[in-house]
Ligand binder design. Structure first.
Ligand code: BGC
Length: 765
């Protein structure tokens, strides 16, 4: 754990330069706009430790699988979001001596991520080895208004230096991924051109053939300059020289654009890149920044959570919301949310079940309906590949198994116990459809897309279960639940519960669509050859005769068969020196232990909460929580929500703290790899569903809030079926303000209230 980030309501601030935390800061101070993003690498050269990262959404490379022992069914490759051309580079030389913070005496250093306005600012004063002293201010952002562009304003003020400054803005396509399996470079050069005031490099990904043109246009203010373009392999730059005196400032404005062949005709990429650069350079840095501020103001208007009385919590929740908005804007249904977003290479930038289980609730409440719809359509469009994927593993009749990890629908994961067995992800995809329709009321989605996905998933589960003669019940063999510290188990309660629910829901939706849109229903049944009577009867038989492990003595759902045989030493009795167990213990020891990586049974209780009475929830929570090590960042939020539901406000708050500052305080010692973007949605859930007690019941929003002891108040906005309300929980009660033109009926502490358009009501328990 670290605590070097300064506390501020709207800013993330680092003061003083410490190279040891530089990679962590590169993650935390990352920028993005949904279309492109980057780590907070320095503009000027840096010879210290760094993880360079510029990413273009949806552009990936299929890195050939590398495993020790090949298993049939393994995918050929792991799709990775690529480290793309570096567009931020601005090399600075002072009379030929390079400005490099790893080699300078840095007297003042401040990095600031302005979350309210969406930019990164860095100020420093540095003295080179030979004593030349300069002051630098660098401001940059990835534009939300023109989402294929970014802009930098980089000013160098001389303190003691009199001489020639050389400024070299560049586009460097000669980059690699640190996680490359075979130490290969993933890009080939297509073309490059350096101009007096900029230039462009066009690169093509090996194998996938995506092309990306990255261009720059710059302008220097503050002196007579001479400029000379240079070209190297995969690289263009301009060497700009001017004379400086002590007290003088030279500023470079650098505009950059990243255009991808996913969005533009390949043969026009560089022309269009130059046109885009002309467009933004004509606007100028200040106008671009003003548009950026306005775009973020609009986002915050709808998304902000305000916490009064705890600046650290305030900063943390805004950081989570900010990063989620930087990662995914919902403009494009080919894109998704990688667990690290644009902040690092880990997890390959690919899609996991995290999207459906954790991110969907966030976007449902904070963004327009189409944003979540696009996340669902992403999976709908990949249904064919999910069916192929299941076929490869021996399933038939249109059964679909969505991949554990994917970019374009093809499975990329290659550990058998997860690839073939962590199949609960299929259920999360069905659950997200349910969640979306429950929230938005958009039932038309079911007839158009949802039912087709649901039936394919239900078909998978119906083939994945086994009839046990011994039990005279269906069982689910050889699975891995969300708790990845148990592999190849039989009858994981969560997976079986979800599987049966999927079949039930698919049948329910089939009946609904048949009754409401017979034409579409008939067309679908014909398209996928669904035999409603025969297959439906098969599903129903499984639904009726499924086996779920249960412990009668303690009256709890059992995580899986045999769980009670394990040595039951609680986490609190485990010495701190043994944790995290995934870094301290052998894998074998972890597998045999009772320790739970992340919510598993409790994840199921969270999904299907309305089925269980409060005593059942409490018994299971009290049993599983003390055995959970929360070594996945996705875990504490579910525990926070359930603890809140159980009225355990203190523990709900403790779990919330574990997620909210996870990256800012580098709790897990891994922020340097990138931020935990998908679990940030879990932090939001802890506040809104945990402390706010928000649920959707019978087509209405319902709240059961409490105020964490340390806070004076907290408030959040949620959009629901065309209406936005602001909910403020304070010591005086719950204030609900209807910010829209239409009325809304909501439940607060089990009582129904009509909040008319524009009205503000104070409600008490
Ligand atoms: C978790 C998975 C999750 C993945 C990506 C793993 O550590 O166990 O549930 O999907 O990280 O966030």
């Amino acid at each position: 754990m670290k605590d070097y980030i300064k506390i501020d309501e709207w800013k993330i601030i680092e003061e003083g330069f410490d190279p040891h935390v530089h990679k962590i800061s590169e993650s935390i101070f990352s920028l993005g706009n949904g279309r492109m993003g980057q780590r907070a690498n320095f503009e000027e050269a840096y010879s210290g430790e760094t993880l360079q990262g510029n990413y273009v959404a949806g552009v990936y490379y299929p890195d050939k699988t590398r495993v020790g022992w090949w298993k049939n069914g393994y995918p050929e490759y792991f799709a990775k979001v690529l480290n793309a051309a570096n567009w931020v580079g601005i090399d600075i030389q002072l009379d030929g001596e390079q400005l490099d913070l790893a080699k300078c005496e840095v007297t003042i250093f401040r990095r600031e991520l302005n979350m309210k306005e969406g930019y990164l600012k860095r100020n420093f004063t540095a003295k080179t080895a030979s004593g030349k002293q300069v002051e630098v201010e660098a401001i940059r952002f990835c534009s939300m208004a023109d989402d294929e562009t970014g802009a930098i304003k980089y000013s160098v003020k001389s303190i003691t230096f009199n001489g020639e400054i050389t400024i070299t803005p560049s586009i460097d396509g000669d980059v690699k991924n640190q996680d490359s399996n075979y130490d290969e470079k993933f890009w080939d050069e297509v073309s490059k051109e350096a101009r007096q005031d900029g230039g462009c490099v066009q690169m093509r990904t090996k194998k996938t053939g995506f092309e990306v043109a990255t261009g720059m246009k710059f302008q220097i203010v503050g002196g007579e300059v001479s400029s000379e373009p240079i070209i190297k392999e995969k690289y263009i730059a301009s060497v700009v020289k001017t004379q400086m005196k002590a007290g003088q400032t030279v500023t470079i404005y650098k505009y950059a654009a990243n255009l991808s062949s996913q969005n533009h005709p390949t043969e026009q990429l560089s022309t269009l890149t130059y046109a885009m650069l002309d467009k933004v350079a004509a606007k100028g840095f200040d106008t671009m920044l003003a548009e950026q501020v306005a775009a973020w103001a609009k986002k915050w208007e709808h998304n902000d959570i305000i916490i009064d009385g705890d600046v650290s919590a305030q900063q943390a929740i805004r950081f989570n919301i900010f990063q989620l908005n930087q990662t995914y804007t919902g403009e494009d249904d080919r894109l998704n949310i990688g667990p690290k977003g644009f902040t690092g290479e880990k997890y390959g930038g690919s899609t996991y079940w995290d999207t459906e289980a954790y991110c969907v609730p966030f976007y449902l409440s904070t963004a327009e309906q189409r944003v979540t719809r696009n996340l669902l359509l992403y999976r709908y469009k990949q249904l064919g590949k999910a069916i192929e994927n299941a076929k490869l593993l021996g399933f038939d009749n249109g059964a679909a198994l969505y991949p554990m990890v994917t970019m374009d629908g093809t499975e990329c994961h290659n550990e058998w116990e997860i690839t073939f067995e962590e199949i609960h992800r299929n259920g999360a995809i069905a659950f997200a459809i349910f969640n979306y329709v429950r929230y938005t009321g958009d039932e038309a989605y079911l007839a158009d897309y949802g039912l087709e996905v649901l039936l394919a998933i239900a078909r998978f589960w119906s083939q994945r279960v086994t009839w046990s003669d011994d039990k005279q019940q269906y069982v689910m063999l050889g699975v891995t639940g969300p708790n990845e510290y148990e592999n190849n188990v039989n009858n994981n309660w969560y997976t079986s519960t979800l599987a049966v629910w999927c079949m039930q829901y698919a049948l329910e939706v089939a009946d609904k669509v048949k009754a409401t849109d017979k034409t579409k229903y008939d067309a679908l049944v014909a398209k996928i050859s669904f035999d409603a009577d025969k297959e439906g009867a098969g599903f129903k038989d499984i639904i009726a005769k499924m086996y779920y492990p249960y412990d009668e003595k303690q009256q709890i759902f059992l995580q899986q068969d045999g769980y009670l045989d394990k040595e039951q030493i609680l986490v609190k009795d485990l010495s701190a020196s043994q944790r995290p167990i995934n870094q301290k213990w052998s894998w074998d020891r972890i597998l045999r232990s009772c320790y739970i990586k992340q919510a598993d049974v409790l994840q199921g209780i969270y999904f299907f909460e309305d089925r269980y009475d409060i005593d059942t929830i409490r018994r299971n929570f009290d049993y599983y929580e003390p055995r959970t090590v929360h070594e996945s960042s996705l875990s504490p939020c579910v525990h926070a929500i359930l603890a809140a539901k159980l009225g355990d406000e203190k523990r709900a708050y403790e779990f919330y703290l574990r997620t909210s500052r996870l990256d800012l305080d580098d709790y897990n010692n891994d922020t340097e790899d990138g931020c935990h973007i998908t679990s940030m949605a879990g932090t939001w859930m802890s506040v809104v569903e945990g402390f706010g007690g928000m649920r959707v019941r019978d087509g209405k929003l319902s709240f059961n809030p409490f105020l964490p002891e340390k806070w004076n108040s907290f408030s959040f906005n949620v959009g629901f079926r065309g209406t936005t309300i602001k909910v403020t929980v304070s010591k005086e009660g719950v204030r609900v303000k209807n910010l829209s033109g239409g009325d809304i009926s909501i439940m607060v502490y089990q009582k129904e209230y009509n909040i008319f358009a524009g009205q503000d009501q104070l409600l008490k328990p």
